[in-house]
Design a protein around this ligand. Sequence first.
Ligand SMILES: [Zn+2]
Length: 250
Amino acid sequence: MLHRVHDYRHLIDRWRGVARAAGLRLRRLAKEDGFDLFYLETSELAGTSGLYLSAGIHGDEPAAPEALVRWAEKNAARLAGMPLLIFPCLNPWGLRNNVRTDSRGRDLNRMFHHDRHPVITAVRRVTRPHRFHTALAMHEDYDAQGIYLYEVQRGRNRFGEALLGRAMRILPPDPRRRIDTSTAKNGLIRRRLVRKIFESMGYPEAIWLHLFHSQNTFTFETPSEAALELRVRAHMAVLDECARRIRGAA
Ligand SMILES: [Zn+2]
């Protein structure tokens, strides 16, 4: 039996509750693999001060969508006053089945450079008019030995350490010096975009965001083998810090 965090219908019921409490409308994004997908957009979203949040693109990373809805429930009273675009779960079939890909084995996080997947096409359409102060893609990793964060480098205004610092109160940083193929320091991977790499493998969400939509772009990862509650709280700590940063910028 799957854990409750894989129950997509329950997740969406909770998002309906958030939308009701916040005075927002949960909008229909797409229908895929038999599931209705939704997003939330506040009327404050204008200019370049916004925050883009997305979870559940990989279905076997359940702490991310759980943390996002819990954070939204906790902040429901002030959600409408913040400039937000939220995608609560981009791969419901994967979440329900506890697998990374969609039902046809496609990794959605390699498909942001074109319109060949209906969910990604819908995300691109909804996001098109907007520019964000900060974008956060929420993930988990089975190989991780602690929390870690990718920060796509742009200019001098960086705050990856601050995001990690908040989450480190809950889970330790990944001690590895190399994570995937990148150099890491105390769980932070900060690098410039090398467009060529992604042109051959396909654009992840964060790369597409960096290129076209966001000033500061992060991918946060929690270690899948740590306790679920700690993983959820680590994600929520990063969300809190992102929200604090955009308030400071507005
Ligand atoms: Zn992932």
